[in-house]
Design a protein around this ligand. Structure first.
Ligand code: ADP
Ligand code: ADP
Length: 238
């Protein structure tokens, strides 16, 4: 269970809060889609959850521990529990699919490992397993720069999964993809969510995608939660 208690974020120089006293509890099995216009605070919320943004006030509590009380070392451990996928994929174009996926395993240290080909056979086998899971078994040795957008996001998902996370967090992961590809990526996310028993929180613009795949929709407006319920209850005019 992940608890967000009274989180407020105000960026320096801003006249209003990016997030204003947000309270949320994320339950095991939740597949949350966060909806909201540009500037609503979606990205800020995700950044608070993966520890990249420290709230101005309030607490995030996971497994009974408040993020604010954690040492850098513990915070690093929590970040590994939070698999992240991004709008622009954040891959290294000139490296192969396999190398990119392995990069997720040890964070920055692994860039060095990549350079000198230092991964063990077991690490490579684990990476190949998740690459196969996302449907790219035949692409492991291909450079990422030669892949389609949908394939790149599959690499991003594989990289996140290799950390064996409890959470999968997505900041607009399909915003640069066409509707058909977006749907296939969501379908893959749903499959991975179930297979890996994840708690999934994805920011998305497309209401229809959220309604099709989420078990819970959270809508933000001007930094506040204006809807938090089952997708069936959500109407576009909120
Ligand atoms: P969304 O992801 O829904 O588009 P964001 O979380 O990016 O929303 O932004 C929420 C608000 O915070 C917006 O008003 C945005 O301009 C502001 N904001 C976001 N990031 C920064 C930043 N680094 N510095 C200052 N203001 C920011
Ligand atoms: P795009 O439309 O950009 O190619 P997709 O997400 O539709 O992106 O698919 C990317 C690639 O993943 C496909 O070209 C195919 O090689 C592979 N793929 C897609 N779905 C499956 C699947 N169910 N099983 C195996 N491989 C798949």
């Amino acid at each position: 269970m992940l608890e967000i208690r009274n989180i407020t974020v105000r960026y320096p120089g801003m006249k209003h809060n990016a997030l204003n006293s947000i309270n949320l509890t994320i339950h095991p099995g939740d597949f949350v889609c966060v909806l909201g216009k540009s500037g609503a605070g979606k990205s800020t919320l995700i950044r608070c959850l993966n520890g990249l943004q420290t709230p101005s006030s309030g607490e995030i509590i996971w497994d009974g521990q408040s993020f604010s009380a954690l040492s850098d070392e513990q915070l690093r451990k929590i970040r590994r529990e939070m698999g992240m996928i991004f709008q622009h994929f954040n891959l290294i174009p000139r490296l192969t699919v396999l190398q990119n996926v392995l990069t997720g395993m040890f964070g920055f240290r692994s860039s060095f490992k990549n350079l000198i080909g230092w991964f063990t056979d077991e690490e490579k086998a684990q990476a190949k397993q998740v690459i196969a899971e996302v449907g790219l078994a035949d692409f492991a040795d291909r450079r990422v720069e030669h892949l389609s957008g949908g394939q790149k996001q599959r690499v991003g998902i594989a990289r996140a999964l290799l950390q064996n996370p409890s959470f999968l967090l997505g900041d607009e992961p399909v915003a640069s993809l066409d509707p058909g590809t977006s749907d296939r990526i969501f379908s893959l996310l749903q499959e991975m969510h179930e297979r890996h028993k994840l708690q999934t929180i994805i920011n998305v613009h497309d209401v229809q995608l959220a309604k099709r795949y989420a078990t819970r929709i959270i809508a933000l407006k001007d930094g506040e939660v204006v809807f938090d319920d089952k997708p069936e209850q959500f109407t576009d005019d909120m």
